[in-house]
Design a protein around this ligand. Structure first.
Ligand code: G6P
Ligand code: MG
Length: 217
């Protein structure tokens, strides 16, 4: 029965803490554009695509850019971000991730990645987790970003599971919403108050045990 389940993991904030690098790269751009941008503002960018993140940043500063300027600053932001990613290693995998993947392997529950990031494959390779996933749905494979369910519905296809058999691990409000729109079970990883829409909440993936999956069957 266990192998009728499937798991979809968000990347940023669930597998690795890349939010801090996104913040540093957006902050550099915000400073250049004279936009006040704090870590609190950064919360609004979590789970949101690169283009949409720029929209939010420009809106915060009431700044308008031409299409050509937008393209340039998006390239610059990603270049800055990738300079941090290049230094990442397996030590940056978040607590509980590796034991959870081991548990899923043991229970024969397949898992894929469902991320808004266009850098997802690169990041998984940096931390040596790329080969463990059955598949990857990322910012390059979707046309509609979270909270649209597209990313997770594609994930279910890769898993050969129906949406109701899928469990999504997410740290972003937009991600929980996307999982629910896809009719999937959503586990919020992080602040319970922020992720109160989730079906289950954990602070860290270390809290997920075999009993969690048995109880779902
Ligand atoms: C994730 C992060 C967002 C980020 C998005 C796009 O969802 O939580 O903060 O903006 O991916 O990432 P990318 O690597 O394509 O810029
Ligand atoms: Mg995330």
């Amino acid at each position: 029965m266990m192998n009728k389940l499937g798991v979809i993991f968000d990347l940023d904030g669930v597998i690795v803490d890349t939010a801090k690098y996104h913040y540093l790269a957006w902050k550099t751009l915000a400073d250049e554009l004279d936009i006040t941008f704090t870590e609190t503002h950064n919360e609004r960018l979590k789970g949101v695509s690169r283009e949409k993140s720029l929209d939010i940043l420009l809106e915060l500063g009431r700044v308008t850019l031409s299409q050509a300027q937008r393209k340039l600053v998006l390239e610059q932001k990603n270049k800055d971000y990738l300079s941090f990613i290049a230094k990442m290693g397996p030590e940056e995998i978040l607590p509980g991730v590796t034991p959870l993947l081991d548990l899923l392997d043991r229970l024969a529950i397949p898992y894929v990645l469902g991320s808004a990031s266009k850098n997802a494959a690169l990041i998984l390779k940096q931390v040596n987790l790329f080969d463990r996933f059955k598949g990857i749905v990322d910012g390059n494979s979707v046309t509609k970003a979270k909270p649209d369910p597209e990313v997770f519905l594609l994930g279910a296809q890769l898993l050969h599971r129906s949406p109701y058999q899928c469990i999504v691990f997410e740290d972003a409000i937009a991600g929980i919403e996307a999982a629910h729109k896809a009719q999937m079970i959503a586990v919020g990883v992080g602040h319970k108050e922020t992720l109160k829409a989730a079906d289950y909440n954990v602070n860290h993936l270390t809290e997920i045990t075999e009993g969690f999956f048995t109880a779902l069957i």
